[in-house]
Design a protein around this ligand. Sequence first.
Ligand code: FES
Length: 162
Amino acid sequence: MAEADPHTHTCPDCPNRTGETSERRSFVSWLLSGGVAASLGSFFFPVIRFLNPPHVTEAAVNEIAAGKASQIKPNSGRIVKFGNKPALLVRATETEWRAFSAVCTHLNCTVQYQESSSQIWCACHNGVYDLNGRVVSGPPPKPLEEYAVKLRGDEVVISKRA
Ligand code: FES
């Protein structure tokens, strides 16, 4: 009597056994290859989207409402969003307002108003600007871009200069 080889799935009495095993193998192989393809896709899709982002045009922002004048005390500053960039609104005195791009002209850090010195300071490399946006000290190569400020009732409005 011939003994069946335990490593093969052929069965002399079962003619369909080889076909079933082959079907099972191809199904498992199909599952594995699908998983590999899904893994590769989930890895490469974000990489490709990052390298080739969809073209989105941003609406140009020329004016924003920066807050209520009654809620901003003299000798203070606040960062507000101007489009997709930060802007610095400074209330120097009761009646004197200033606004600038808050993007430092050195390496694009965000500047801030320093109440103690009444100047604009960039913490990244100790750049200092005056309240006209001019460079006082430090590495910034040029002045801050200045914006116009006007009051509409109690609303402080910042706009790009023409
Ligand atoms: S980024 Fe502002 S001083 Fe360098």
